[in-house]
Design a protein around this ligand. Structure first.
Ligand code: UD1
Ligand code: CA
Length: 456
């Protein structure tokens, strides 16, 4: 069976009160349309068409990597008109699936069930019972319980408005039927629009059965029309992800205060995550990892037994087994830390490698640096890697000890087991095994007295 999925995404989204088209707004850092696309990609033998219109250029530009055909709907004359734009690209024997670009949480299992209800004598319709059906098209059934039509809210009688079963807008039907019925739509209704929903009555007139199915949860079929709904669905989505992680053995101190904006490529056992942690992009986390509160980790690989204390920001890092980071550490992009490395509070480190067992424990800036193993970098050490125009590397070899409050002016190499005296400004290479320091000699002035306050 070949599937053609048509994603309707031309609408404006006025209630978002945004310059950006609605479908580009994001849930978990992925646009609404991307969510729908990603789910659709899980269907086999599927070709995806997106009907776009509002914010055309921005939509095409932002989502240019999607493997789809783009069909522009220049004027938004209704859902039926939107699907009509794709008519020439649908073959008769295809099963056509219609999705909305602003309904981001629809599940693959729900779609598969829907599609399984399509054959040459049926149309599959996804409906849902809502306590408050306001705004939706109502499902009208006859005495036998068969669907006979859909009535839009604005065209409905008072009696019809009491019906709780509504149209989700999501349906599937064979291509030949769809094309035939779309050609017959009119826009004589309360909104002056070509309603896709009018094909239901046409189907019924031709003895085509309307087979309904329901999603597992209401949330799956909720659309985003305003920022309240956007934030609601963000929380639903985050809760789903949190539940999945907990099922996989992760401890989340509070699943309501955890955000995954991306994927976890590999996940160890006995991971403990404190509150307000954000994991972004593609991360891998080993066994027995602890992540402290208020920490943001992006595109990083974290080895076994790593402890990340509270309030750290970590990006594009590789952190070796048994390392300890933070609290209040900032790992800017490009760091590779070997095993058992300690990066302490108020340390900023960028584009550097740190070999096994080295410590940078307090108040330092280490940039563009190669740090050997068992190196100790004292509090307040700064690598001066930038002369205002160019950047240079600092090399600190194995076993070196850098005294506190030292500036290392790159390019510079600190030899193996070298010791740098505290308070030094190092501008030339420092030899192995020796003490190097640059410091103004200390003086004490005998007979000196503190000034005293003068009487007036
Ligand atoms: C539609 C259904 C209604 C259903 C509801 C579910 C019709 C006539 N009505 O109503 O029965 O209960 O969805 O949410 O189908 N779109 C286009 N081009 C257009 C018009 C719409 O691409 O010309 C897209 C929108 O961007 C949106 C989707 O189609 O993604 C639905 O449009 P919307 O205006 O929200 O439909 P409703 O009037 O809410
Ligand atoms: Ca609407």
């Amino acid at each position: 069976m070949k599937i053609t999925t048509i994603i309707l995404a031309a609408g404006k989204g006025t209630r978002m009160r945004s310059d950006r088209p609605k479908i580009l707004h994001k849930i978990a850092n992925r646009s609404l349309l991307q969510h729908v696309y990603d789910m659709s990609c899980e269907l086999e033998n599927n070709s995806i068409k997106i009907v776009y219109g509002h914010g055309a250029e921005l939509v095409r530009d932002t989502l240019k990597d999607l493997d789809v055909s783009w069909i522009e709907q220049k004027q938004q004359l209704g859902t039926g008109h939107a699907v009509l734009q794709v008519n020439d690209q649908v073959s008769d024997t295809d099963t056509v699936l219609i999705l909305y670009g602003d309904v981001p949480l629809l599940k693959l299992s729900t779609v598969k069930l829907l599609i399984s209800n399509v054959n040459d004598e049926s149309l599959a319709l996804l409906t849902v019972n809502l306590q408050n059906p306001k705004g939706y098209g109502r499902i009208i059934r006859n005495a036998l319980g068969h669907v006979i039509k859909i009535v839009e809210e604005r065209d409905a009688s008072n009696g019809e408005r009491l019906i709780n079963e509504v149209n989700t807008g999501i349906m599937a039907v064979k291509g030949d039927k769809l094309k035939k019925w779309l050609g017959r739509l009119s826009n004589i209704n309360a909104q002056g629009e070509y309603y896709l929903t009018d094909i239901i009555e046409m189907a019924v007139a031709e003895q085509v059965a309307i087979v309904t199915s329901q999603p597992e949860t209401e949330d799956e079929v909720l659309g985003v029309n305003d920022r309240l709904q956007l934030s609601y669905l963000e929380r639903v989505y985050q809760m789903e992800q949190a539940n999945e992680l907990m099922e996989q053995g992760v401890t989340l101190k509070d699943p309501l205060r955890f955000d995954l904006r991306g994927t976890i490529e590999s996940l160890g056992q006995d991971i403990e995550i404190d509150i307000n942690v954000i994991l972004e992009g593609k991360n891998s986390i080993g066994n027995n990892v602890k992540i402290g509160a208020n920490t943001h980790i992006k595109n990083s690989t974290i080895g076994n037994n790593v402890e990340i204390l509270a309030n750290c920001i970590i990006e594009d890092a590789v952190i070796g087994q048994g390392s300890r980071i933070g609290p209040f550490a900032r790992l800017r992009p490009g760091n590779v830390l070997a095993n058992n490395v300690h990066i302490g509070n108020f340390v900023e480190i960028k584009n550097s490698s740190v070999a096994e067992g080295s410590k940078i424990n307090h108040l330092s800036y280490i940039g563009d640096t190669t740090v050997g193993s068992k190196v100790n970098i004292g509090a307040g050490t700064i690598t001066c890697n930038y002369d205002g125009v160019n950047k240079f590397r600092t090399i600190i070899e194995d076993g070196a000890f850098i005294g506190s409050d030292t500036q290392l002016v790159a390019p510079v190499t600190i030899g193996k087991n070298a010791t740098i005296g505290a308070g030094s400004t190092i501008t030339r290479d420092s030899p192995e095994d020796q003490l190097t320091l640059s410091r103004v000699g200390q003086v004490s002035v005998t007979g000196w007295q503190r000034p005293v306050k003068q009487e007036k």
